[in-house]
Design a protein around this ligand. Structure first.
Ligand code: CAA
Length: 259
């Protein structure tokens, strides 16, 4: 019961969450989902954490999806609860005030791909593979795949992936915009950390406001979204962070933002 499915290590204020269920290619059952959810919440509220990386243990898989063996015994209500748990987690990732980067180190299938696309940015190793293979199992994506994938890769690419169920490699994923960058396997975590460290030099409130406005562009009309952007833009002008950022430029020095 107390088995730790998620390992946490903090390097230079970058918190790395590693899913540890290598024997099942890091497939997610409710216990892993809950642990990941609570670990994520902890990182978001930890003042010593500036950004978060999610990755999988081992060299083969990021996350091979929801636990198929477990789902086999599910009835409608259990499937609903399982779906809801995954949707709660993917929403928490997406709504995180701190940037969450998926370091995709291998298979990102089904629910694994859905976790990756709820992250703000995706770095993939050369050996990464992506798929929404649910239709091959007679099910459909349940943790946001039908909603988020079209917004990231466009409706046509998303439809092809979701009703085709086929796997694509990292090059193809890069081509359709599913990943931001391809990195060699050995360098994946280091490069992800370096990117996070660069991010962390920027104003933290500016980052969280940007993430919020970008997420709002999903749900709102252009006019409403613009209003939310304008509020966040203008309100920052009474903040120390904005004052520091603008004065540093004028003084020709690097800004020093408070965490
Ligand atoms: N759930 C449970 N166990 C899984 C799993 C999953 N999603 N994926 C892999 N495993 C287990 C395998 O059953 C196997 O366990 P045993 O040794 O006990 O048999 C172990 O992990 C190693 O896997 P394989 O032997 O299959 O490894 P492989 O190299 O031959 O194949 C693979 C790798 C192509 C990733 C293959 O494991 C695979 O196709 N996995 C399933 C992927 C999938 O369909 N994911 C979507 C799940 S549905 C979903 O996620 C719904 C949703 O939207 C929420």
């Amino acid at each position: 019961k107390n088995k730790m499915f998620v390992k946490n290590k903090i390097i230079d204020q970058v918190s790395i969450l590693t899913i540890q269920r290598e024997e099942a290619l890091n497939a997610l059952n409710p216990d892993v989902l809950k642990e990941l959810d609570s670990m994520l919440e902890k990182q978001i509220s930890d003042r010593n954490v500036g950004s978060i990386i999610i990755t999988g243990s081992g060299e083969k898989a990021f996350i091979a999806g929801a636990d198929i063996k477990l789902m086999m015994g599910y009835d409608v209500d259990q499937a609903y609860e399982f779906g809801k748990l995954g949707q709660k987690l993917t929403l928490a990732i997406e709504n995180s005030s701190k940037p969450v980067i998926a370091a995709v180190n291998g298979f990102a299938l089904g629910g694994g791909c859905e976790i990756a696309i709820s992250c703000h940015i995706r770095y993939a190793s050369e050996n990464a593979f992506f798929a929404q293979p649910e239709v091959k199992l007679g099910i459909i994506p349940g943790w946001g795949g039908t909603q988020r994938l079209p917004k990231i890769v466009g409706k046509g690419n998303a439809t092809e992936l979701i009703i085709g169920g086929h796997m694509i490699n990292s090059k193809e994923a890069l081509r359709i915009g599913l990943v931001n960058r391809i990195v060699s396997s050995e360098k994946l975590i280091d490069e992800s950390i370096n990117f996070c460290k660069e991010l962390q030099k920027n104003g933290p409130t500016s980052i969280s406001n940007s993430l919020k406005c970008i997420n709002n562009s999903y749900d709102n009309s252009l006019v409403d979204g613009l209003e939310i952007e304008l509020e966040a833009f203008s309100n920052s002008f009474c903040s120390e962070e904005t004052n520091e950022g603008l004065s540093a430029f004028v003084d020709k020095r690097k800004p020093k933002f408070k965490k």
